[in-house]
Design a protein around this ligand. Sequence first.
Ligand code: GDP
Length: 283
Amino acid sequence: MNINWFPGHMKKTRELLQKNLKLVDIVYELIDSRIPLSSRNPEIEKIVHNKPRVVIMNKSDLSDPQINKEWIEYFKKQGVNTVLVDAIKNKGISRIISETNDAVKEKQERLLKRGIKNKPVRAMIVGIPNVGKSTLINTLAGKKSAKTGDRPGVTKGKQWIKLKGNIELLDTPGILWPKFEDQEVALKLAFTGAIKDEIMDIETLALKLIEKLLILAPDKIEARYNVSTENKTALQVMDDIALRRGCILKGQEIDYSRVANILLDEFRDGTIGFISLERPKNI
Ligand code: GDP
């Protein structure tokens, strides 16, 4: 499997992250709501250590609303506060501020007892590539955002964005690496576009996606492409979709590359429907 991470890269990323983590009071762990487990870094607890953390489930416009509720419950049971957002359409964003204030309340009260008032709460966003870190930073920053600039005692060059509720957000996100040794995880990351399509040819990737969707949401495939899925193999369904969409080459051969692109694009942008690829177990 060809995933873009190797030990040298990982070591450098970890070191940079750890430096930045020292500067913040709270960590926003951004994940993809369609794959809350596969889009998490396997060592996140160790990396963040015992700093307050808010899990932010992004891309809520693409995932199944009912399953999202189950995930929020799942994280709550683990004592982790979770917010569901759509970073592009600015949905759920204000909850980030209220969760942050809750999470740092005790610390702020301790400071107040020592006479320290209104100390800004500093936060940073961390997450694997493509979960929407930059998008969320831009959304949180908004148009009117003021950069606070360098302050004495702060590593030179760090920029902080002032948010509501006396929160300051580091303007560069921390990049985490995914759990890349697991084939199932890699596939889900590829389906959602979190890792490049090169892990396998896109025809095979699309075929695997159909296999998954025949289990999770056959009704959505049927409705979108006007095909029947009953007692059909993934390949038969792919052929039927190709025929419906006119993905045919000269000599009546199926244009697998075109149908694969259509399927992957329409899954990734939510055209096939709200689909979550993972569901919490044992709730
Ligand atoms: P980063 O690598 O974590 O910084 O991710 P980006 O902010 O570059 O986002 C990766 C892709 O996901 C981009 O195409 C974004 O437009 C898209 N994206 C980010 N947030 C959302 C969201 O809430 N919903 C949807 N549908 N797409 C999003």
